[in-house]
Design a protein around this ligand. Sequence first.
Ligand code: GDP
Ligand code: MG
Length: 176
Amino acid sequence: MDANIVVMGMESVGKSALTVRLLTRRFIGEYGDIESIYSHSFIVDGRAVTLNIWDSHYSQDFSADSSLFEKKVRWADGFVLVYSICDRASFNTVSWLIQTIKSNKDCLSTDKVPIVIVGNKRDLHHRRTVTSEEGRLLALNTHCQFYEVSAAENYHSVLMVFHGLVDRLKDAKLTT
Ligand code: GDP
Ligand code: MG
């Protein structure tokens, strides 16, 4: 299976940290602002999967030029929407992104757009401002999958996010 994935969310929520964690299994700490598309192959349930992962830049998605945003949404088969559990504004942004993506994706059933919501920085629980329950509820109401992870502390949880998305992609039958 081959699929295009875009990682979106406000700045500093950990989009690059998640992407780099998947690709290298490592947490580096600082990632800069480079926007890239990475190709990553792995095995899910005995099947080879190749994901083209666009680690996208926040400012581009919310600039006046919405055509770039639309292009990105058209390109993508699936979405990883990231917020920080310490940043309520980033949670609200994910909620907004879900609506915007769904209104841009012209599929028959918008409930089937493969979207995974990720609450990152779980290790910073002492600074938490968004509860797990709120994340779960948002996912339930929008027919998305939900994970809370720490890109900093846990490779396995990050891997689960992308495995979850692959499952959603299969369900949506966007790819075979
Ligand atoms: P991006 O702008 O969404 O790509 O965010 P980055 O991946 O560049 O991360 C922004 C900052 O948050 C960096 O200083 C990271 O080290 C930090 N960061 C990312 N993920 C985590 C995490 O899970 N826990 C903690 N404590 N810090 C994180
Ligand atoms: Mg980044």
